[in-house]
Design a protein around this ligand. Structure first.
Ligand code: CAA
Length: 253
């Protein structure tokens, strides 16, 4: 792969987006590699995504590639980006964006498709698409609204205003600011990975199934997934270990 590197640290996979010449901007080839990389995470129990270099997480979709698009090509490009981020969002294991710099346009949209967003003090978020004469195309108008609420999202989408780390945390766009964001994301991944892996995956499934559903349907999904946990060895181990006052050793089945 040219632009995507995956490294495993224990049970946590780290996916690095590396296209330094364009501040890690997302072009078609990079999106294809990203999608392929999501299929090959093996036994990882959490995924951390970050950008290579000091300056950027991802500075957006590739403006040079998009400039001469006809409408139909733009629709195809947006569909590719949306499919890729839907795949990321639906990944069975929890995902953490370690935002180490600019997360603009498609970069902000990529972070929004992750379960959790941590950011460095240098992080800058934003959906500047309207300043380029277009609108967000990789899910930004949908996921930003869901993440920070419609009122705040509309302001950022209509103005294209950039948001620094402190404000991103204050409005709930990022979970918290960390001086060493990659280490913090890894530590968070390890904390997640120490739990029953099947339970973590089913908990994520329950959250995703409830997204946009009414309370009754969401709770129905939740109790069925709760029931499914009782078919696992991890449930016997987790509850047994608690009652025997020892640390659980989960096999992930
Ligand atoms: N696409 C293509 N190339 C990009 C890029 C992008 N999104 N962002 C940066 N680059 C390139 C620059 O063209 C420049 O290349 P050259 O050295 O060959 O000229 C290189 O990366 C470094 O960038 P700058 O010189 O601009 O760096 P800077 O420090 O002065 O500014 C920045 C950094 C504020 C992030 C600025 O690069 C910038 O504003 N980038 C564009 C951000 C943006 O508008 N993103 C949204 C894209 S549209 C989108 O994403 C649509 C969608 O929803 C699908």
């Amino acid at each position: 792969m040219n632009y995507i590197h995956v490294e495993h640290r224990g049970s946590v996979a780290i996916l690095t987006i590396s296209r330094p010449k364009a501040l890690n901007a997302l072009n078609t080839e990079l999106l294809q590699e990203f999608s392929t990389a999501l299929d090959s995470l093996g036994e990882a129990r959490a995924l951390v995504i970050t950008g290579a270099g000091e300056k950027a997480f991802v500075a957006g979709a590739d403006i040079a590639e998009m400039r001469d698009f006809r409408s139909v090509e733009a629709v195809d490009f947006a569909a590719r980006g949306q499919r890729t981020l839907e795949k990321l969002e639906a990944l069975a294991i929890p995902t953490i964006a370690a935002v180490n710099g600019f997360a603009l346009g498609g970069g902000c949209e990529l972070a929004l498709a992750c379960d959790l967003i941590l950011c460095s003090p240098q992080a800058v978020f934003g959906l500047p698409e309207v300043s380029l004469g277009v609108i967000p195309g990789f899910g930004g108008t949908q996921r930003l609204v869901r993440r920070i609420g419609s009122h705040r999202a509309r302001e950022l989408i209509f103005t294209g205003r950039r948001v620094k780390a402190e404000e991103a945390v204050a409005i709930g766009l990022a979970l918290r600011q960390e001086a060493d964001v990659l280490s913090a994301a890894l530590a968070l991944g390890e904390q997640i990975a120490a739990n029953g892996p099947v339970a973590v995956r089913l908990a994520k499934r329950a959250v995703l199934d409830g997204d946009g559903a009414d309370l009754r349907s969401g709770q129905l999904a939740e109790r069925n997934l709760f029931g499914l946990c009782f078919a696992t060895a991890d449930q016997k181990e987790g509850m047994g270990a608690f009652l025997e006052r020892r640390k659980a050793i989960f096999q992930g089945q």
